[in-house]
Design a protein around this ligand. Structure first.
Ligand SMILES: Cc1cc2nc3c(=O)[nH]c(=O)nc-3n(C[C@H](O)[C@H](O)[C@H](O)COP(=O)(O)OP(=O)(O)OC[C@H]3O[C@@H](n4cnc5c(N)ncnc54)[C@H](O)[C@@H]3O)c2cc1C
Length: 433
């Protein structure tokens, strides 16, 4: 390795999913120099709804008040990242991340104490703590059974307006559906929502769509579209579109890979570019990681020289789970491939899953991951720190089981937040360890 060519930063973040993006942002907020390495994470697949805590073990119904659920979480799962971090850190992390997104025209909204229950295109109702502001009028309209027109477009594969209205059932008699012609809008091999979203960043295309919508509107209706009002600045696009149509407009969450997930990634990338010098985004993967002490890390990436070496005094490992290879499932068990960290996991591979896929206690493999201290620093089986400067954040952590407890984004943000607080404490940047 040619170490002279290494870039030197305070914090190196491994992984560009929500946890990694948030950690890079929070570390830059503290004035740290940051390099973040990775390709787009599971953000590209996620609905763009922010879950905080929607369910507790052994309960059939989703929780209305996530903060109340958070108070009870420790009795069930003392090692859960949300419980470890505490409600105060959760609130701060959510607030800061929300501000960064809002500054890029991607505002989130919701109730302070309650989960929002919103209808999906499958007609199911799902809880989320924060939802894109572009979706809010639809939540209100469908809750109050107000008249609304739900639209899809010719050739659209990822959203079916008629199917949604049918799935919403007879109780929502206010909703009806229609299909718009594509006209001059994006035409590609397939009428994907991402392509449409990009084409609607052009005001001429937006105007054409607004004219087609106006032609089909009946008195008193609001308009629901699949989430497709731009990748960048959806709030501004929705505002302009609403003015053109002349009635309230709302977006509807869609199936993976939905546009709002890509918006989060793009918004954070844009925020990085606005603070050159503090943050460096390196596309690619870390191939090797080594530590020469508690606070001296060297990462080798698959990018080009001179950027392929990163030397840092702290690392946030936000490399995710099996999908992104942050954890690897092998015959002998689950392993963490970069730092060879111990992974808390079932004793045998046969104990990973229960025979019943929908078992109320879930599957033990979903709780496997990295054990940490309160600052999300990995520890070994006896609770001893591995390196003082190494932190882990996001879905790589043990005990999270985010899918079952509907806590994905909350768990990612708060572990990134606490990891950075730990780094700041160690550097004397204003936090007590
Ligand atoms: C289909 C789907 C739907 C979801 N829906 C919701 C939802 O509605 N609400 C909600 O709150 N959450 C949702 N989530 C969950 C939420 O997005 C997760 O919390 C998130 O996926 C975990 O984020 P992460 O940053 O920990 O990991 P990831 O998003 O997996 O990112 C980790 C990244 O690290 C990269 N990486 C791994 N190894 C290396 C390496 N050596 N070098 C560089 N990079 C590396 C991986 O390639 C990956 O890109 C959803 C997730 C999925 C998959």
């Amino acid at each position: 390795m040619i170490e002279e060519s290494a870039i030197h930063v305070d914090v190196a973040v491994i992984g560009c999913g929500i946890a990694g993006l948030a950690a890079a942002q929070f570390a830059a907020d503290k004035g740290c120099t940051v390099a973040i390495v990775g390709t787009s994470g599971a953000t590209d697949f996620c609905s763009g709804l922010f879950d905080l805590l929607g369910a507790l073990p052994g309960e059939k119904n989703p929780r209305e008040n996530p903060w109340q659920a958070l108070q009870e979480l420790g009795q069930h799962i003392p090692g859960h990242p949300l419980h470890k971090a505490g409600a105060d850190a959760v609130a701060r992390a959510l607030e800061r991340f929300g501000k960064v997104l809002a500054n890029q025209g991607v505002e989130y909204t919701g109730y302070r104490e309650q989960n929002v229950f919103l209808p999906t295109q499958l007609g199911t109702i799902r809880p989320a703590y924060r939802v894109p502001a572009t979706m809010w009028p639809g939540i209100e309209a469908l809750k109050n059974n107000a008249p609304c027109l739900i639209l899809d477009m010719e050739g659209m594969k990822d959203f079916d307006a008629e199917g949604m209205v049918a799935a919403l059932g007879k109780s929502r008699t206010g909703a009806r559906s229609d299909t718009l012609p594509l006209q001059g809008l994006a035409r590609g091999p397939e009428t994907g929502l991402h392509l449409l979203a990009r084409s609607l960043e052009n005001d001429q295309n937006l105007g054409e769509l607004a004219r087609a919508v106006r032609d089909r509107l009946r008195n008193g209706e609001s308009v629901g579209l699949p989430a497709m009002l731009g990748i960048h600045d959806p709030d501004g696009i929705k505002r302009r579109f609403q003015e053109m149509v002349g009635v309230p407009v709302f977006e509807i969450p869609t199936l993976p890979n939905p546009v709002p997930g890509a918006r989060i990634r793009e918004a954070l990338y844009c925020a990085f570019q606005e603070e050159k010098g503090i943050r460096t985004l390196i596309p690619g993967r870390v191939l090797r990681a080594s530590a020469r002490g508690d606070n001296d890390f060297l990462l080798q990436t698959d990018g080009e020289v001179p950027r392929r070496l990163i030397r840092s005094s702290a690392v946030v490992l936000a490399s995710g789970r099996f999908l992104g290879h942050g954890l690897q499932g092998e015959r002998e068990g689950i392993r963490e491939p970069l730092f060879q960290l111990p992974v808390a996991q079932p004793e045998t591979r046969s104990a990973w899953h229960r025979p019943d896929l929908f078992h109320s206690r879930g599957h033990d493999v979903d709780s496997a991951g990295i054990e940490t201290d309160a600052w999300f620093r990995p520890v070994d089986g006896r609770g001893r720190l591995i390196y003082r400067g190494l932190h882990a954040a996001g879905s790589i952590l043990a005990h999270a089981d985010w899918m079952r407890f509907k806590c994905g984004t909350g768990m990612c943000l708060v572990s990134a937040w606490r990891a950075v607080e730990g780094i700041a404490a160690a550097k004397g940047l204003g936090f007590e360890e």
